[in-house]
Design a protein. Sequence first.
Length: 344
Amino acid sequence: MRKYLEIKEMMMRLIRSREFSGKIPGERVLADRFGYSYMTVRRAVCELTAEGFLKRKPRAGTFVSENTPSLRKSGKIGFYLYDGILNGVNSPYYSLLYSKLKNEINSRGYQIELCSCDCAENEIDGLIAASAPIPELESRICMVSRKIPVVLIDNDIKGTGFPSVVVDNFNSTYCAVEYAINLGHRDIGYVAGLQNSPVGIKRLGGFRAAMLDYNIPITEQYIYFGNYELNSGRAAAAHYLTLDRMPTFIHCANDCMAFGLSEGLQKAGLHIPEDVSICGFDNTETYGEGCPPMTTMAVNVDAMVKVCADMVLSEISGGKSTIRKYVVPAELLVRGSTSRPRKD
């Protein structure tokens, strides 16, 4: 994050908390206070003035604008979800996340509402943004953060310093593959998620790392790239059925693809887990009661939404969240879709 942007963020917090109201200290005083050069502070002040947060009065000084949007409290927090996710908040995982987040925010005296990335910043006090893997959207979120606090959930944006709550995707996937290896599996497949976001990249990285650490060759044909949706799980099943040799254990980057995979393989006459073990990720209850029930890496969504609510309300109040990045581990939940490989 560029230095003058850090100063802008600090000044906006002081404005929101009303520590800065009326006339603000001079730029040289601010430079000493923040520990940055005078010219860096001056650039930040000039941008805040151009954006309407500050107002210069000749021979009088610089003042907080009376019309600063961030000083008007709406009692609302926006929730943004990347619109490239099929079904959006109606998808199993994000439906669960948004429902719990809504209950938590409501219990704190705020309302939460869905908004676009071009949300009306003047109508909400803060923004919780989930899954923004596209550079243009990341830039837009950074623009929004100049006016209202932004907290990230389920993904992060490098170099921004935004408070964020993320799943330990790498180590959790490593754990799932390690579980398969300890059961005795050596032919292990992986149905990956989208590779244009840290979530998909880190989960695939966890799979590869576990295989390498245990000196098990990675068969590239055993890796299928999906999109987190049910149909891509079915497509993965069709892919594996074309291979001369099937994996005996297939881990999936989410439960939705795991269920589609299980459905596709069972329709072809295979038995789960006798012929192929399948493991998912997320622990969405929609798929927990499948046939057979799905082994999965269970994400502690309750912990995620509580910390996220703490973060965004702390930022809105003008403070700075003491936790800048909270990493939530996923726990292996063994059900009926996995077993030791057959001896034959």
